[in-house]
Design a binder for this molecule. Structure first.
Ligand code: CP
Length: 301
């Protein structure tokens, strides 16, 4: 049996592979249909809710002419006590070419990989990793900064919000620093992880010196108790507003879902510097390239 490669975190990919995947993603800008995954079967299992990642992966797979099977977790046998490892082993027995999983537990993909003979793609696991989100963020930044990876070097990005509980932050910190960006973390003390990166408690202190902002929502589902005064107080310090941005040439990202007027205010969401929907659009192309890369690699190895 071939040993598949899995995409569980961004560090599973070398820089050259990432560049190649993102180049391929860009080549899919106007592609609504091709046959590169014809006759392949892709299973999606999302144990946590999703608007963007699930639909984006499924659209990506369908654009490549793959068969997509969505396991409805509410009707799966996990509710009868089946472990996710056993669920994976049983799905694997049906010979899928890839399994895409989201789970609230960090590291879920690592438990599953010993049970399967196809690639596992992590669609987000707890506060650990969300590799395809970071890849689509990297593509959005690359396109903004002259469409050249070398232009990312030395650019400063402030990641703002509940960084400690964010898989998006974890994956982006790993990936963006590898591509030479300077990452600043901006959050109240209770939202900051242990880190060697520069940290700030006041958004206004760094707003004039960064080239990009990545705003994150408060991950209340991962808090065991309320650890901040109120979202209104939080917003007064950390919401990205027109006043914070001024007329500066900056780019604003957010993985979604956005808490309007808490993470980013309504006016900034309408501003052309805000690339939230462009990120979503890039997500489909990136996931097309990722699926093709991992599934077809298995075919030729
Ligand atoms: N960015 C992201 O993961 O969004 P969803 O939770 O809607 O998939």
């Amino acid at each position: 049996m071939q040993t598949p490669r899995h995409l569980l975190r961004t560090s599973d990919l070398q820089v050259k592979e990432i560049e190649s995947i993102l180049d391929k993603a860009q080549s899919y800008k106007d592609t609504k249909h091709c046959d590169s995954l014809a006759n392949k079967t892709i299973i999606t299992i999302f144990f946590e809710n999703s608007t963007r990642t699930l639909s984006s992966f499924e659209i990506a797979a369908k654009r490549l002419n793959a068969n997509v099977i969505r396991l409805d977790v509410s009707k799966s046998s996990t509710s009868k006590g089946e472990t996710i490892s056993d669920t994976a082993a049983n799905l694997n027995a049906m010979d899928p070419h890839a399994i895409i999983i989201r789970h609230k537990n960090a590291g879920a993909g690592y438990y599953l990989r010993s049970q399967v003979s196809c690639p596992i793609i992590n669609g987000g696991d707890g506060a650990h990793a969300h590799p395809t989100q970071a890849l689509l963020d990297l593509l959005t930044l690359k396109e903004y900064f002259g469409n050249d990876f070398s232009q990312l070097k030395g650019k400063k990005i402030a990641i703002v919000g509940d960084i400690k509980n964010s898989r998006v932050a974890n994956s982006n910190i790993e990936l963006l620093t590898r591509f030479g960006m300077e990452v600043l973390l901006v959050a109240p003390p209770h939202f900051l992880p242990p880190t060697n990166l520069p940290t700030f408690h006041r958004l206004r202190d760094i707003a004039q010196e960064v080239d990009a902002f990545m705003s994150l929502r408060t991950q209340t589902e991962r808090h065991d108790k309320q650890i901040y005064g109120s979202l209104k107080d939080y917003a007064s310090q950390y919401c990205i507003t027109k006043e914070i941005l001024g007329n500066r040439d900056v780019v604003i990202l957010h993985p979604g879902p956005v808490h309007r007027n808490i993470d980013i205010d309504d006016e900034v969401l309408k501003d052309k510097r805000c690339k939230v929907l462009e990120q979503v659009n890039n997500g489909v192309r990136v996931r097309m390239a990722v699926l093709e890369y991992f599934i077809n690699a298995l075919d030729i190895s």
